[in-house]
Design a protein around this ligand. Sequence first.
Ligand SMILES: [Zn+2]
Length: 474
Amino acid sequence: MNKLALHGDLLDFEATPAWGDPALHGVRWRPDHWLLIEDGRIAGTLPGREPPGEDWRREEHSGRLLMPGFIDTHVHCPQLDVIASWSPGLLHWLDTYTFPAEQRFADPEVAAAGAGLFLDALLAHGTTSAVVFPTVHAASAEALFAAASARGMRLVAGKVLMDRGAPPALTDDVAGAERDCETLIARWHGQGRNAYAVTVRFAITSTPEQLAMAGRLLARHEGLYLQTHVAENRDEVAEVARLFPEARSYLDVYHRHGLLGPRSVLAHGIWLDDEDRRLLAATGAQIAFCPTSNLFLGSGLFDWQAAMAHGHKVSIATDVGGGTSLSMQRTLAEGYKVQALRGTQLTAWRALHAATRGAAEALGLGAEIGHFDVGATADVVAWDWAHGAAASHRDAVARGAVASLPAQDLHARVFAWMTLADERNVAAAWVAGVPRFERGRMLQNVDIGTALATRPDPRDPQHADGADVRSRHS
Ligand SMILES: [Zn+2]
């Protein structure tokens, strides 16, 4: 039995914190605890500094936050090439930067290198699970699943469907796309920690025939996800109305083709009406709120309170490369600002819940990820409370370590951390109890779940066997 004990300040959630309430409802705060991991799963916790028995490998992270790895519910692997590109708006940004960049991923070698770079970057930002768009090319989805398997990461992804409205090198056709999807589903759906998502880019780039095919795939296979974009930008909404005059709304285009269900993840959802929100609630579909992208592209301000009022699910996502950072803290901090512009305040609890347990539950993965319940897969990140002089001072103030200033409550401290932190605060990350990132370098990318052949990372040969956990304790 593989037994690993991590010591630090444990923070996760048992339930959904109430909106606007900094009290500890739903928050599980266990400072100065050991987190016990057996064979890649959470086995329990132990209070205090007294370590568990000699049969446990111990790793000391005292003075650090230990949290479940973040879950990014909407992000584009190939768009690391175009992150931070100047543009007057979504449709220009797609045509000018994104579509040209995505064409490179037709080459399996480019796709493999891009997938590895992307997943290592997620881990380096403290994100251990993601719902990801590759490109239209089957090779790009293949590369992403293979790279996630090599890292043991929970991945939801699928080949992008686009049969119009894009350059010829980025379009497929209905029959060929269906064959590619069937092949990828057979190879990867339910294999290890991979799940397949029928991936409609958006209504503008799929014909009604392709949308119907997507609906057939969802009906044919148990447990598939659906990922797409909806109502991000007003020009886009107008174009969808022109292309689908029979639909009541943009969202209704997807509904008419059988694409909405409890495993449907729709990015943005800014320009929805209440009937759309009722439809999301009735079908169980979720909106992935992408604040850095929505601000960067000037798309609009997501109405989270309207979502709550109608009872549909919301998660938070980076949407890189329309989004400007893979950091979930930066994303949550911008989410706070977007909600502030809407006249309401996101608490650290509600924000962090949405990026961990809330996202897991919205994806139907609440038994596996997003928290430290016994039996959950041990995707864990150790975070420094502060990086740099200003954040260190702010944290000292919150802790009551600055003379003549009283200590603040836990919410104040965690909110300041969430607002000021980013990937520089990541000390280490484990996926299913295996160390995968340590500040300054990636660890071994050895396969743990499938028969996939991978080579140890040549930059880091001493970790190639997966045995060294750099214990500072024993
Ligand atoms: Zn997107």
